[in-house]
Design a protein around this ligand. Structure first.
Ligand code: MN
Ligand code: MN
Length: 466
């Protein structure tokens, strides 16, 4: 008998065990997590594109006492500042009491999500229907984007330079748009295509109208009618699409999932779930020891290239500006900086267990996922955090009583994916990935657990000393 108790004790002290946060947390903490997620759902609904997420973040920042930072401004401990990059990315910082040469604590998330961009000559009429041609952005399973309601968001720059903002399909009294698909009765050839080819890129055409303009000249009367409506509403002509960025995104709103309302279904959890939790953490940051910083970047889903992606110098320049304002050498600050690459990881899906290696997969409700490395095959394209830095983050999380787990994106040879971690590490930061496990990642409607969202927020708070 006594031997049996010893084994139990021994197992308890030696085995690794990750439990469901729903079983570990008290009701009070569960309620806090649930109410935290109410504002997260608003963030999702108001910020479906990088531009909208950026301006909504700016609004929240200003409401919380952050001011726009211009080069040359004096800085003091406790100052709360932000900088916008081209309306598509935002950096926020709270100046710490410690010498900034000791480094910054930075959280980096992205606010772009997979979607369908309109082509530069999008509008055409075929068989008296008007449609938009699209070019998908980021990694999508194309068949998922047909026969769902789509909204159109973005900007149009007119010939005179005027910027027109577009957001249509979000309010219940507004129309939505849709990509059609074949009826099963006539899909016998289509059904023989592979899933990847089931819907092809050039078949992602959005239906936008079908009623002709009444006139004697019957050619392209439906297209004419649409352009007339667009001209009345936005003052645009067909050529204005050339200088536009219009993004078709799912028109549905964030909703609770499950009888227990334990999860949230929404478009664009990847990566607005880490963007919001990091943003909220820095908004709650009063006077940290180390300077705290959050960057919400664009273009992660297409490889982080471009002047609003994290391969651009904009983050480095911002850090250099504040370093110089505080009398420090930029490269000392950069080299001492520690960073959480705040991005989602794949959650284990019991319907598709074969793609994961269970012992190293992330599960919903088991807390924030710490990912030591990303990449594909032999860790190609990863920064691979050091054991020392993983050890540091591990003890930080344990001390703060945060529920966390490790995760690896699928089986070794199954595929893979990267985050901005590698680009940040290339600047000479210490970097590790931390974020929320997501079901159906990159689908028009992704799922996360509310408790994981809250644990991720608490992770960013602990990391930035909130
Ligand atoms: Mn992501
Ligand atoms: Mn992604």
């Amino acid at each position: 008998m006594s031997n049996e108790i010893d084994v139990k004790e021994l197992k308890k002290s030696l085995f690794s065990e990750k439990k469901n946060a729903g079983a570990l947390l008290c009701d009070d903490d569960i309620n806090k997590a649930d109410s935290f997620c109410e504002n997260y759902k608003k963030f999702l609904d108001f910020g479906k594109t990088e531009r909208e997420a950026c301006s909504y973040s700016e609004k929240l920042a200003r409401e919380n006492g952050f001011v726009e930072y211009k080069s040359g401004m004096n800085l003091n401990a406790g100052d709360k500042i932000y900088r916008i990059n081209r309306g598509k990315a935002i950096i926020l910082a709270v100046i710490g009491t410690q010498d900034i040469s000791q480094g910054i604590n930075l959280c980096a998330a992205h606010i772009d999500s997979p979607r369908l961009d309109l082509k530069q000559n999008p509008l055409y009429e075929e068989c008296e229907m008007a449609l938009f041609k699209t070019h998908y952005y980021g990694g999508i399973k194309k068949y998922q984007w047909t026969t769902i309601p789509l909204a159109l968001h973005g900007v149009i720059i007119k010939a005179n330079g005027e910027k027109v903002e577009v957001c249509i399909g979000e309010n219940d009294d507004e129309p939505v748009f849709c990509i059609t698909d074949l009826l099963p009765h006539l899909a016998q050839d289509q059904m023989k295509r592979t899933l990847a080819q089931g819907i092809k890129g050039e078949e992602l055409n959005i239906l936008i109208g079908s009623r002709p303009f009444k006139s004697d000249d019957s050619s392209e009367a439906v297209k004419l009618n649409i352009l007339k409506l667009l001209n009345e509403k936005y003052g645009i002509v067909e050529d204005d699409f050339i200088s536009a960025e219009l993004e078709a995104v799912p028109a549905f709103k964030a909703r609770d999932i499950g009888f227990d309302r334990s999860m949230i279904g929404a478009y664009g959890h990847d990566d607005r779930v880490c963007a919001y939790t990091a943003l909220k953490a820095i908004l709650d940051c009063e006077s940290p020891q180390k300077t705290a910083c959050v960057v919400l970047t664009d273009k992660e889903e297409t490889g982080s290239d471009g002047n609003t992606g994290l391969q651009s110098a904009y983050l480095k320049y911002f850090i250099a500006d504040i370093a110089e304002a505080l009398g420090a050498k930029p490269r000392d600050v950069i080299s001492a900086t520690k960073c959480l690459s705040a991005d989602v990881n794949a959650a284990f899906d019991p319907t598709f267990p074969e793609v994961n290696e269970r012992r190293n997969a992330a599960f919903i409700n088991k807390g924030v996922v710490i990912t030591k490395f990303t990449g594909a095959r032999g860790k190609s394209g990863t920064s691979d955090a050091s054991a020392e830095f993983v050890g540091e983050i591990r003890s930080l999380l344990d001390k703060a009583g945060i529920i966390w787990q490790t995760g690896e994106l699928g089986k070794v040879d199954m595929g893979g994916g990267g985050t901005v971690a590698a680009y940040l590490a290339n600047l000479n930061f210490e970097v590790i990935d931390a974020g929320v496990p997501v079901l159906s990642m990159h689908a028009p409607f992704e799922i996360v657990s509310k408790l994981d969202v809250y644990m991720t927020y608490r992770t960013f708070c602990a990391f930035m000393g909130v």
